[in-house]
Design a protein around this ligand. Structure first.
Ligand SMILES: O=C(O)CCC(=O)C(=O)O
Ligand SMILES: [Fe+2]
Length: 318
């Protein structure tokens, strides 16, 4: 195997931030200590001295620092450094067969466990503390809704087999690659153009899921013209963000293994925080304040997880 290309060195200047940042934002090993910044991410130790995350912008709705967007936990690679793409593709087909069983086993495994939507057995204390929900009902952000068991275990199996056939690509933002892989259908947000563009039509196998998601959100299926399928391999994360303002409601459905879904919003000089366990086959809705005020993120998990995210379009102000 050819030697792995070196990580791209961050260019100087305010438009960049070294691959560091955040709870999903830790600096790469050897880059020194990182201090907290106003965005709750970390100061880039290797970046311009003392500067907070340079691309954090309230207008932009999230920190635009490349590794933050990529959720790469400091391990993001430049697109040009992708050396194992072909190998990963070949592994996909095999993984599609294995992942459901393996993912289920990682959190307590077996078809019997799958029949129980609420309780999520986990195999280790560490895994338990990583995903334990931490809010009381009162702490839920307004506009956040959660439904366990939106789909059956059999439906989940069929959908996961479908994901294995999709052309998932590492999430890319300004040349940096995240550890999660994605594919978008219907409408897609083009980060460079800053606008929605037409993507491939939503595949037939996802349409019944869209109906279910729409029913959960009280919307007609056609009101969800965008769908994003995301694969989180063990260790993959998504950093703190709000979804793009061009979108309206966000409905996320989880597959294979659970994750901890974290929420935070500014409360003076501090962050108010909440977290919820997203079980496989469950759905959540982000609407109102949960969508427009609170940020969300998912820390790296120990087992493979897929999510399907449906989004409506923001209604024109009237
Ligand atoms: O995987 C999930 O459920 C969340 C994904 C997400 O927040 C996003 O793609 O904006
Ligand atoms: Fe999101």
């Amino acid at each position: 195997m050819p030697p792995r290309p070196r990580r791209r060195v961050r260019p100087a200047g305010p438009a960049s931030c070294s691959p560091s940042a955040g709870a999903s934002h830790d600096p790469p090993t050897g880059q020194g200590a990182a201090a907290r910044t106003s965005c709750g991410a970390r100061r880039c130790a290797a970046g311009p001295a003392g500067r907070a995350h340079p691309q954090l912008s309230r207008q932009l709705d999230r920190c635009e620092c490349r590794p933050c967007i990529a959720g790469s936990r400091g391990r993001g690679r430049p697109a040009t450094a992708l050396s194992d793409r072909r190998r990963r593709r070949r592994a996909d087909a095999r993984r599609g067969q294995r992942c459901l069983a393996a993912g289920r086993a990682a959190y307590g495994g077996g078809e019997a466990a799958l029949g129980r939507p609420a309780a999520v057995p986990v195999t280790s204390r560490r895994a338990m503390s990583a995903i334990q929900p931490s809010f009381l009902a009162d702490d839920l952000p307004d506009g956040f809704a959660y439904r366990p068991g939106l789909i059956s275990a059999a439906e989940e199996g069929d959908l996961v087999a479908g994901f294995a056939r999709l052309d998932l690509k590492p999430f890319e933002f300004q040349g940096y690659l995240g550890n999660r892989r994605v594919v978008t259908f219907g409408l897609r947000y083009d980060f460079q153009a800053g606008a929605l563009q037409q993507a491939a039509p939503i595949p037939d196998f996802l349409l019944p899921l869209r109906e279910r998601a729409a029913g959960f959100a009280g919307l007609p299926p056609a009101a969800l013209p965008h769908v994003l399928v995301t694969e989180y391999a063990p260790g993959a994360a998504i950093g703190w963000h709000r979804d793009r303002p061009v979108f309206g409601d966000v409905i996320g459905i989880s597959f294979v293994s659970p994750c901890r879904f974290r929420l935070r919003r500014r409360a003076g000089a501090r962050w108010q925080r909440a977290a919820v366990l997203l079980e496989p086959r469950s759905a959540y809705l982000l609407r109102g304040e949960a969508r427009t005020v609170w940020e969300h993120s998912i820390p790296a998990g120990e087992a493979l997880r897929y999510s399907v995210t449906f989004r409506s379009l923001k209604r024109p102000e009237g």
